[in-house]
Write a protein that binds this ligand. Structure first.
Ligand SMILES: [Zn+2]
Length: 90
């Protein structure tokens, strides 16, 4: 899945209310194929329990949590997208 498509899917997940905050560092995301847990580790990095993240180290669920958090802080979506594109760690 390309970054652009992943980003679109992530926005859809947030818009449809499929990101649920469980506690400070843990979220549940209702994906198309199941419910996944996205958690933040001690280094502040998000990770996900889905197969895509295990194999590729990235997935739309993690992006959805980033968007969800940013929207909670009333940031513009554009800022999130730019941050995502500029992460450069993949
Ligand atoms: Zn995932």
């Amino acid at each position: 899945m390309g970054l652009e498509r992943m980003s679109q899917k992530a926005f859809k997940l947030v818009k449809q209310g499929r990101v649920v905050k469980m506690d400070n560092d843990r979220y549940e995301v209702v994906g198309d194929h199941g419910i996944y847990t996205v958690a933040r580790n001690n280094a502040g990095k998000l990770h996900c329990t889905c197969q895509g993240f295990q194999t590729r180290g990235r997935c739309s669920h993690v992006v959805a949590v980033m968007i969800y958090e940013a929207e909670r802080r009333r940031r513009r979506k554009k800022d999130v997208e730019e941050k995502w594109w500029n992460m450069g760690e993949f």
